[in-house]
Ligand binder design. Sequence first.
Ligand code: IYR
Length: 221
Amino acid sequence: MAKFIPLPHKTNYFEEEMLKHSEEFNQLLQKRRTVRDYSNKPVTKEVIVNCIKAAGAAPSGANMQPWHFVAISNAEIKSKIRQAAEKEEQEFYEHRASEEWLNALEPLGTDTNKPFLETAPWLIAVFLERYGVDAEGNRIKHYYTPESVGLACGMLITALHNCGLATLTHTPSPMGFLKEILNRPDNERPYLLIVCGHPAEDAKVPDIHRKPLEDIATFFE
Ligand code: IYR
């Protein structure tokens, strides 16, 4: 039988307050940029812990919370990840990527060289649990797993940005090497590698723009 409790936290803003919150949060998120140039300045673990907790508050299919976050500041592991990622990227840029894909990436100026995987103080490897495993080793079915983990990643990036940190959502492809280097179990697959830290003093970002509202939303009133 489903058990219900009263909604524990309620916010009841006046309309003007709500509008102000929406404007301020939009202003904050409009300042988010994907960053590839990082400073090696450390970021305290507690900040990363709190942001991962925030990500863990994401909604998920049947509340299965099908995610696992591996946060790495260890230089040796970061170096292994960089080596493995650059090997895959070499394959990608030289053989796997279509001409069309390479053209789409051209404005981003990306290439096989991924120094940020060692420079940035934290890498957060996000794993998707294809299924759960209970105490007896039985499989527990998970639902809407890519959607759920995507939502958690969005919240993680937002939480990190809110702390004044820069992020890069990095997807070396394929990223099976993450599972080996980080010793993850069979039920997990690597989903995303989030690079996080302070931007380099002279960090540059591509001159690209966001679509206007009318291109991303439709309203029926
Ligand atoms: N994984 C490669 C290529 C790449 C692919 C997409 I889609 C991007 O938005 C950016 C890069 C790389 O990281 O260089």
